[in-house]
Design a protein around this ligand. Sequence first.
Ligand code: NAD
Length: 260
Amino acid sequence: MSTTTQILPTATALPEKVALITGAARGIGAAIAVRLARDGITVALADIRLAAVEQLAEEIRQSGGRAVAFGVDLAGADDIAALEVSVRATLGQIDILVNNAGIIQPKGFADSTVEEWDRLMAVNLRAVFLLCRAALPELRRRHGAIINIASTAGIRAQADNGPYCVAKSGVIMLTQALAQELLADGVRVNCVCPGAVDTPLMKEYVHARGMPESLDELAGTGMLLPPEDVASVVAFLAGDGSRSVTGHITVVDRGALIAG
Ligand code: NAD
C-alpha cells in the first residue's frame, strides 16, 4: 500500500458518520474514500468494478479505517435502489452521499448514437437523481450532506465532448434545485467541478482523442491535479466546517476556467 492510503488509527476517529461514495474503485472516488476514512468516517465504497473496490476497502481496513465494498451498476434503477437499502442494512445509516461515478465518451453530438447518449446520461446524470431520491428519507433523518462531482465541462462547453458537457451541466443544476428543495430539511447539497485530474478516466480521454502527449504537457504546466486535491474539497463540504454552505458550486481547477 502506498503512503497516501495511510489511515489514522481508529482510536483517534471523529464522530460516527457513514459516507456512501460511488465510483470509489479508482481515481477521484478512491481518493475521496481514503480521505474520508482518514477523517474517521465509515465509508461505503460502491462501484461496478467490485474486485477493485473490495481491494481498496480491505486496504482501508488494514490501515485502521472502516470500509465496506458494494457492487453496483449505476445505469440500472433497480441496482441503485438496492444499493441504498444494502448500505443502510449493513452500516445502519447514511450521513454523506458522494455522487462521484462518471463515464466519458469523447464524441460530439454528430457522432453520438442514441445508445451512447442514453448510457452517458444514465450513469452521469440519472443515477445522481435516483441515488439522491433513494437516500433522501435517510439523509433527512440524519440532517446529512450530498456532494455531487460535476466538471468544469458543465460550465464551459468543450468541442467533441458535447453530451458529457450536457450531463455535467445537468448535475450542476440538479445540485442547485435540490439544495433549494431541501433547505427546510437541513440537508445540504453541494457540487464540485474539477478541471483536469490525473485519473484513469483522464488517460482514457486523451488516448481516445489520439493525444496522449497532451497529458504530459498538461502535467508540465502544473494544471493536472492530483485526485487528492478534489478529495480535500469534498471532505470540507462533507464536514461541519461547511454547515452554512449549500447549493454551492466549487470549481477545483487551479484557475484554468478563469484563465480562459
Ligand atoms: P475514473 O474512470 O478514474 O473512475 C470512475 C469510477 O466510476 C470507476 O471506478 C468506474 O468503475 C466507476 N463507474 C463507471 N461507471 C459506473 C457504473 N455504471 N456503475 C458504477 N460505477 C461506475 O474517473 P475519475 O476521473 O476518477 O472521475 C470521477 C468523477 O469526476 C466523474 O464523475 C468524472 O466525470 C468527474 N471528473 C473527472 C475529471 C478528470 O479530469 N479526471 C474532471 C472533471 C470531472
